[in-house]
Design a protein around this ligand. Sequence first.
Ligand code: BTN
Length: 243
Amino acid sequence: MRLIKLDATASTNTFLKELAKSGYLDDFTVVWAKNQTRGRGQMDGNWCTEPGKNLTFSVLKKMEGFQLNKHFELNMAVSLAVFRTLDLLKIPRITVKWPNDIMSGSHKICGILIENSIVGISLKSVIIGIGLNVNQSYFPGNPKASSLYNKTGILYDLEELLHSLMQNLEITLSMLQSGQEKVIHREYHSILFRKGVASTFKSGDGSTFNGIILGVGNEGKLRIRLEDDSLAEYDIKEITLLY
Ligand code: BTN
């Protein structure tokens, strides 16, 4: 891994994307910024955290030949790497909320944003952005967010944590690239947030419905048993899990 440390940048994903355009970069080049002034989240959202207290970093991973329709497996592998790291630290009740929010109990403690560079139907490389809330204690206006510190009372060394996340990321991504998708699927399913539990979802039109999460299909769609006992599959853009 090659680590580039920055005091501040708008978004580490954007910074790394620009850097990758300008020339050759090693696999697993990491850009870590103490402060992001315009951190980006999923669905064009933003990612704002307190400077210096959390991990906000991006990783360049070469994925030559990796089929685009397996993109969700990449999400699974990255989520698993974060899960394994936090599980080793004994952070309580870690699960993965579909598609890739890392939860501790009912709080989100980590978000993942994966961006592609595409050639034909396969990926050339991806930029994996990870925002992990580590030592921040207050999340004004965001009662669903929390941090490792809030969960354990321990202040963590950010660089140590970054290295162990990277170790696990190298392991789960090499599992993916060496044909061990089934292991990844199995482990992801075993830690899926609210699996088997009655939950409420919001559709794109704003209406809500109830159902039980059964798992995730091969293309990354969420499988739900609806109240009338029928089965349905939804894409990431179609629904949000409310509670
Ligand atoms: C989410 O909305 O859950 C995804 C958040 C991803 C945030 C990380 S922080 C490092 C990287 N740079 C960004 O601008 N976003 C990602």
